[in-house]
Design a protein around this ligand. Structure first.
Ligand code: NAP
Length: 257
């Protein structure tokens, strides 16, 4: 174990299966010494998350949480407080937009698709952080996953790009509000990773090939690398870093053409 997160309690939101970015980060946080609680959305993935969590050999707290339901959010933090008495680190690794909205053109986005994408993918960071903050009694670190489609047009990413822009801006405003309490809020902007959510984006396999050919490092990122960055951001080594979007994308973001 690295030990950078020894004694810290973390809440991981966004594990669906072993390919989930949240699972890569949870393993890294566990190896660094953190005690982890997990949420899952609905019975469909409960067993998956339960088995994965058991595999890292802890008696992890496992709680249902659909981030669009305030009562489930309240219950999660109530149980974290009862079990651990505090929270130090929080991972937000969730996003959703209806499939139709990730296919054709952005101009056709419906009000409903716009609202649901923003509610699940962006407001959820505010909803989670406002409940986490009172438990972060000695300060804390919130890490949220984002993507470059927030700032540049990535065909088919559509409304999710707009929701990620909102997520990143929300992280900055949260960082400002919570800075005096030593609570830091940062985003990791990941290059494409082959997960369930990613496969919902039309043309996703071309994105992987495009990064391989165009990024300075000429390869895609691994979930271990995302885990290492998230561990750094969660650790006291990043104590003066807040409100930032950190690119873990093989350098793709620096390219002009
Ligand atoms: P993933 O494994 O499919 O994870 C997405 C998670 O969001 C799932 O656990 C999903 O749960 C959860 N979720 C969706 N709606 C929810 C709701 N209403 N309440 C609670 N949870 C909900 O895909 P992933 O790629 O690891 O995505 C994790 C994060 O990384 C997302 O924010 C994504 O935008 C970001 N990201 C991904 C990539 C990539 O290329 N994969 C790149 C950059 C950033 P269910 O499956 O049960 O619905």
């Amino acid at each position: 174990m690295g030990g950078e997160l020894n004694g810290k309690v973390g809440l991981v939101v966004g594990v669906a299966n072993k390919r989930s970015i949240a699972w890569g980060i949870a393993q890294a946080w566990h190896q660094a010494g953190a005690t982890l609680a997990f949420t899952y959305q609905g019975e469909r993935v409960k067993e998956n998350v339960k088995q994965l969590a058991a595999g890292i050999g802890q008696d992890n707290l496992l709680l249902p949480c659909d981030v669009t339901k305030d009562e489930e959010l309240d219950q999660v933090f109530k149980e974290v407080e009862q079990q651990y008495g505090k929270l130090d680190i929080l991972l937000h690794a969730i996003a959703f937009a209806p499939k139709d909205a990730l296919e054709g053109e952005f101009v056709d986005t419906t009000r409903e698709a716009f609202n649901v994408a923003h509610d699940v993918s962006a407001y959820s960071l505010v909803a989670l952080t406002q409940r986490a903050a009172p438990l972060m009694k000695d300060g804390g670190s919130v890490v949220a996953m984002t993507y470059y489609g927030s700032e540049k047009v990535v065909p088919h990413y559509n409304v999710m790009g707009v929701a990620k822009a909102s997520l990143e801006a929300s992280a900055r405003y949260l960082a400002y509000d919570l800075g005096p309490k030593k609570i830091r809020v940062n985003c990791i902007s990941a290059g494409p990773v082959n997960t369930l959510a990613a496969r919902g984006i039309s043309g996703f396999s071309n994105m992987l090939k495009h990064y391989e050919s165009q990024a300075p490092l000429k390869r895609n990122v691994t979930s271990d690398e995302l885990g290492a960055t998230a561990t750094f951001l969660a650790s006291d080594g990043a104590a003066a870093i807040t409100g930032q979007t950190i690119y873990v994308d093989s350098g793709y973001q620096i390219m002009g053409m």
